[in-house]
Design a protein around this ligand. Structure first.
Ligand SMILES: Cc1ncc(COP(=O)(O)O)c(C=O)c1O
Length: 427
């Protein structure tokens, strides 16, 4: 498609957008009495309007039924979490029994490491990407130390090549092969939070499994954004938060994936609690643990249903739309944003450097842009002008157009605001 950086062209794309009606399903903050241009759905998604009712329903059931709500609420609480497995399995490419929701992301990664990082003798190394999200770095280092190893020896960080902005799959594969039978685990962010790169999860997973290692993915930036086939790729485990592309609300509950080969097994190491105990026998209060025959065996506590309610509301929208349409729009709107950025770059004689791969297979919604010669003042100007984005040192802004609620017109207006911000500074 031949793009144009004009309002008429952007509006034409919006006209043809099959998902355009979903924009009105979300609450937009306002700046100067206008809906903002929201680029931080990769940090905290907007509130779906239907979320309120889902929360109110639980509050009402709690008011009217108190403890009886566990069994007699409109959506009973004791199995509330089960409603997530089917819609989430479609989003991450899994079987419903391989998926569940519980706890928060870093907590879940720790729990899954208990099962899948079992260093023994020489096989104790973990491969991860350099400068992974700090919580993952702390999580990995503390797990390594917990097992009595030294993070400096155990953590093998994959680096980008000198002067390059993204990782090369061939470099990752080479290190996997070199680490060989010392490799216990590959644990990486499926979509890097800083540069938005989508790793070739299938190829990396297969290469690591060939060396006899386990493979886990942190899908904080992948779930609801990138195409995932966790089951078919043979991934051992994954976890993601729900408050970014899945619009569940701040700090909300996390999803996990555990491959079916580890399900229904009493011999598999896990930290256990009563909510992972077999559902039919849970209230018999037996002393022996019998795991749920699905990923719920990893549940420890009873479900925080009030928190889960907005997530369920949001998943209803994902069910209606489906990942295929979402990804189609994601590709088009991200390419349009890329085009607008290049056009503005020419007009202001500046040097933007997009540090996200231009290959659509290696990126999803996010474009990270290095604004050479620009300072934080430009970011402040964008925010005051109603463009909500974020700033990462030294001078990177991350822009994530979210297909459910971002319009092509937003992309055009953003370009104009950006241009004004740069030109004003140059005067
Ligand atoms: C890639 C990645 N991993 C982990 C986390 C931490 O998530 P939580 O605070 O829910 O544990 C985040 C949060 O933004 C993230 O982006």
């Amino acid at each position: 498609m031949q793009f144009q950086n004009t309002l008429a062209f952007a509006r034409e794309l919006d006209q043809q957008d099959e998902l355009k009606k979903y924009r009105s399903e979300f609450h937009f903050p306002k700046v100067n009495n206008k809906d903002v241009i929201y680029f931080t759905g990769n940090s905290l998604g907007l509130q779906p309007k239907r979320a309120q009712k889902y929360v109110d329903d639980i509050m009402k059931d709690w008011k009217d039924l108190a403890v009886e709500g566990h069994f007699y609420a409109e959506k009973p609480w004791w199995d509330y979490h089960e409603r997530f497995a089917k819609p989430l399995s479609k989003i991450v490419g899994a079987k419903p029994e391989e998926v569940t929701v519980m706890n928060t992301l870093t907590v879940n990664l720790h729990f899954l490491m208990v099962s899948f990082y079992r260093p023994e003798g020489n096989r104790f190394k973990i491969i991860c990407e350099e400068k992974a999200f700090p919580s993952d770095q702390y999580m990995l280092a503390s797990q390594v130390k917990f097992h009595g190893y030294d993070p400096k020896e155990a953590l093998v960080e994959i680096k980008k090549r000198e002067g390059e902005s993204f990782w090369r799959t061939e470099d990752i594969l080479k290190i996997i092969e070199e680490t060989g039978d010392e490799l216990a685990l590959v644990m990486m962010g499926g979509v890097n939070y800083y540069n938005g790169q989508v790793f070739d999860m299938e190829t990396i997973t297969k290469a690591a499994k060939k060396q006899g290692a386990h493979v886990g993915w942190d899908l904080a930036h992948g779930a609801g954004n990138a195409e995932l086939k966790l089951h078919d790729w043979g991934v051992d485990f994954a976890a993601w938060c729900s408050y970014k592309y899945m619009n569940s609300g701040p700090g909300n509950v996390s999803g996990i994936f555990v491959h079916e080969q580890y399900l229904n097994r009493n011999d598999f190491p896990r930290f256990e609690g009563w909510w992972g105990h077999h559902k039919e026998r849970r209230f018999l209060m037996e002393p022996e643990f019998v795991p749920q025959p699905n990923a719920e065996a990893w549940h420890v506590s009873n479900a925080a249903v009030i928190a889960m309610a907005p997530y369920l509301a949001s998943l209803e929208i994902f069910e209606e739309v489906g990942m295929e349409k979402l990804i189609q729009k994601r590709n088009l709107i991200t390419s349009y944003l890329e085009f607008v950025l290049h056009e503005i770059d020419k007009e202001v004689d500046s040097t933007f450097e997009i540090i996200t791969p231009s290959n659509p297979k290696e990126r999803a919604s996010q474009l990270s842009v290095l604004l050479h010669g620009e300072g934080r003042a430009l970011f402040d100007y964008l925010m005051e002008s109603g463009v909500i984005t974020d700033w990462r040192e030294p001078n990177v802004i991350r822009l994530a157009p979210v297909p459910l609620y971002t319009s092509y017109e937003d992309m055009y207006h953003f370009g104009q605001i950006l241009k004004k911000g740069i030109l004003n500074k140059k005067k």
